[in-house]
Design a protein around this ligand. Structure first.
Ligand code: KG4
Ligand code: ZN
Length: 364
């Protein structure tokens, strides 16, 4: 019954959590920096690092208090080592090194991208998902930094079968909100504004889907591209908006609903096509954009009966440390500990295996 402490500082959330056995969340604390970054319309890496430095200690203390535990109760410390913002990652990684060293615990360096997938395993999800009959798993990871489709086989081999060739879905939502002066972060405010709008009122492009009659190059069949939709919104606001290009009232609601619809439509089409092509048995939806109600509902609606759908709970979609501790558990089980000189990394490396496979399976 390993107990793992997770620590997360890859972007603008300072988080710590304790997870038992890979899926029982014992305590989970997230301190958001949204207020500090909002005036800049996006995350400022150096500001994020400074805020993490201030928040880490109280967040950890709160996590330990919530769990009513001491470091003696723990088995390992898992920390996000990348991908993410370098200054922010370094603060968390060095803090975690100190905690592990002080407490005499092994350190595990966690890939944030894979940790998002573990967000769907928490609070009971893993027991069901870890059934070997559910492989291959296709995971749609959609966040501020990623829009990817990862295929995971029962032996633990994994590969990215689709990725964005420009902006991530969350980035497209955040940039749209900035363009429309709706504030930061964009995802939640876009969803709220879209609720009173007609998603079929305006047509925004569906890049790399062949929807406009333009054939898709085979190598882009499962890839995403969102920057064209964003540019289309810029031209739309210049055309339809007031003299400053501002949209308001029903025009704003309809525009935002149509924009969100284009993104959701592309994500669902590509995911369904990939699930069919790779004969996936189950589908995981995770990452901050997975909070979006329209996406959650649409994916459920479009999933054929034989495809088991695992959608991360909203609190485990946006950045948190429970997903980090969750992935840490699977790495702990495989003895994948960090070297003492472990460094942070900014970009997503090539993924060839995922540690979350059924225990009885001899994995790669
Ligand atoms: O996973 P996350 O917290 O951080 C990254 O790893 O990037 O994802 C943040 C992203 C932001 O782009 C934010 O706008 C988006 O998730 N997001 C949403 C919603 N809530 C957050 N996007 C769409 N609808 C939402 N309700
Ligand atoms: Zn994230």
């Amino acid at each position: 019954m390993p107990l793992i402490l997770g620590i997360e500082t890859s972007c603008d959330e300072t988080a710590a959590a304790i997870v038992r056995d890979g899926d029982v969340v014992v305590s989970n604390v997230v301190a958001s920096q949204i207020k500090q970054h909002a005036p800049y319309g996006g995350v400022v890496p150096e500001l994020a690092a400074r805020e993490h430095l201030k928040a880490l200690r109280p967040v950890l203390e709160q996590t330990m208090a919530q769990a009513e535990m001491t470091f003696n109760d723990l088995d390992a410390v898992a920390v996000t080592s990348g991908p993410g913002l370098m200054p922010a990652l370094l603060v968390g990684l060095n803090f975690a090194k100190g905690v592990a060293l002080n407490a005499g615990l092994p350190l595990i360096g966690v890939n944030h991208f894979l940790a998002h997938i573990c967000g769907a395993f928490l609070d009971g999800g893993s027991k069901e998902l870890m059934d070997s009959g559910n492989y291959p798993i296709l995971a749609l990871v959609v966040s501020g930094g990623h829009s990817s489709l990862l295929l995971i086989e029962a032996d633990g081999s994994a590969r990215q079968v689709g990725f964005t060739i420009d902006d991530a879905a969350g980035e497209a939502l955040d940039k749209a909100a900035k363009l429309l002066h709706l504030g930061y972060p964009g995802g939640p405010v876009i969803q709220k504004t879209a609720e009173a709008g007609d998603p079929s009122k305006y047509h925004f492009p569906r890049p790399l889907t062949g929807a406009a009659g333009k054939p898709v190059a085979p190598e882009h069949r499962f890839n995403f591209s969102f920057s064209g939709i964003k540019t289309a919104l810029l031209y739309h606001s210049r055309r339809e908006g007031d003299e400053n290009g501002l949209l308001s009232g029903q025009l704003l609601h309809d525009s935002v609903a149509s924009y969100q619809e284009a993104i959701v439509d592309v994500l669902c089409r590509k995911t369904m096509d990939a699930a069919k092509h790779y004969n996936a048995s189950s589908l995981v939806l995770c990452g901050g954009v997975a909070c979006n109600s329209v996406l959650r509902e649409r994916l459920a609606e479009k999933s054929p009966k034989h495809l088991k759908l695992f959608i991360a709970e909203r609190k485990y979609c946006t950045d948190n440390a429970a997903m980090v501790a969750g992935l840490g558990y699977y790495m702990f089980r495989r003895g994948e500990f960090a070297a003492p000189d472990i460094d942070a990394f900014a970009r997503l490396p090539l993924i060839s295996h995922a540690p979350f496979v059924p225990e009885e399976v001899k994995s790669v």
